[in-house]
Write a protein that binds this ligand. Structure first.
Ligand code: KG4
Ligand code: ZN
Length: 330
């Protein structure tokens, strides 16, 4: 069975994993979230510099945790796009160096294919065909997955990603970064019906998403309330906002299922860690008699195991063909 060392540095997490078939022997994530928290968001230059410091120790930890070393790895996989260009470059140049130094093949991976491929991993691997709802800080898309090696985008966000909207809402409410978990915690004590939020793209049959109108609605609500009352009503605001985000995600998933032909759904990406989204998606799939694969939380947020999983179904490039390989922001 092919053993893959996978590397992921597209955003603010420095990640490495060792894959063997659909099983992750190790999956190391060094999150930079606390480093960026004081800025209220990810600062690209800060992320790149931190990746540089972390990448070697993280790879060492993944190899050691996977009970292996570089010589016993068959290929090196790495995220080449999309993402922050400076962050991606750290992973790509490291992967190229390690592969070239040992004469091993390199497998370039698309980050989004990685989120889709998280569903192929143990426990309970899901095989195509299935519909994947991938919701993260950078992306929101519905993907039709008919083969392991590819996917087709059925719908995507026309403006902000769902996670980005949650992060911005959290910042507006003074809840810190990353915003998704903070909104979820705050929303637990709030009433989701207390602030009406616009339901975006509710008409027509489209599968695209939009979250910028929601953000604007929250800005107005906070402006109307003023700082003191915003603080008092923060749980209600968070609950209403979370309800609107999750409501739209589930509405589009329902619409995609209405088109028929799907027997399984995978839910992945960082926002798929959200408890309300999990609950609603579970209810919808139960109602439709469709299997739902909830990707485990540690495989939902950015990680390298999912990159290794996508790499298993992608084309390796033999040494030295990849030396000119470059990262791409999109
Ligand atoms: O997939 P991911 O780790 O990174 C990207 O590729 O973007 O997703 C990060 C996003 C952030 O926006 C974060 O706020 C959100 O996932 N997130 C959540 C939760 N946990 C993380 N959103 C809602 N509820 C959560 N529990
Ligand atoms: Zn991601």
């Amino acid at each position: 069975m092919r053993r893959i060392l996978a590397i992921e540095t597209s955003c603010d997490d420095t990640c490495a994993a060792v894959l063997e078939g659909p099983r992750a022997r190790s999956n190391v994530v060094s999150s930079q979230a606390r480093l960026h928290a004081r800025y209220g968001g990810i600062v690209p230059e800060v992320a790149s510099r931190r990746h540089l410091e972390l990448i070697n120790p993280v790879i060492d930890a993944a190899l050691e945790g996977g009970g292996t070393d570089l010589d016993r790895v068959d290929a090196v996989a790495v995220t080449v796009k999309p993402g922050l260009i400076g962050a991606l470059l750290v992973g790509v140049s490291t992967a190229k160096s390690l592969a070239a130094a040992t004469g091993k093949p390199l497998i370039p991976v698309d980050h989004l294919h990685g989120h889709v491929a998280a569903a192929f991993l143990e426990p309970e691997p899901l095989a195509p065909p299935f519909l994947a709802l991938i919701v993260s800080g950078g992306h929101t898309l519905l993907a039709e997955v008919r083969a392991h090696g590819s996917f087709a985008v059925a719908g995507q966000t026309l403006d902000d990603a769902a996670g980005e909207a949650l992060d911005k809402a959290a910042r507006l409410l003074g809840l810190g970064f990353p915003g998704g978990p903070a909104i979820q915690r705050e929303a637990a004590a709030g009433n989701p019906e207390s602030f009406p939020m616009p339901v975006a793209m509710s008409r027509g049959g489209g599968l695209d998403f939009s979250f910028s109108g929601l953000k604007t609605a929250l800005v107005y609500a906070v402006g109307d309330l003023g700082p003191e009352r915003t603080l008092e009503r923060r749980a209600d605001l968070a609950a209403s906002f979370q309800e609107a985000v999750v409501g739209q995600l589930v509405a589009k998933l329902r619409r995609a299922l209405d088109r028929g032909g799907w027997e399984a759904v995978a839910l992945g990406g960082g926002v798929a860690a959200n408890a309300l989204l999990r609950e609603r998606a579970t209810a919808l799939c139960a109602e439709r008699g469709v299997r739902l694969k909830l990707v485990p939380p540690e495989l939902c947020t950015d990680n390298a195991a999912m990159i290794g999983s996508a790499a298993r179904h992608a084309e390796p490039i033999a040494y030295p063909g990849y030396l000119a390989l470059d990262a791409a922001a999109r």
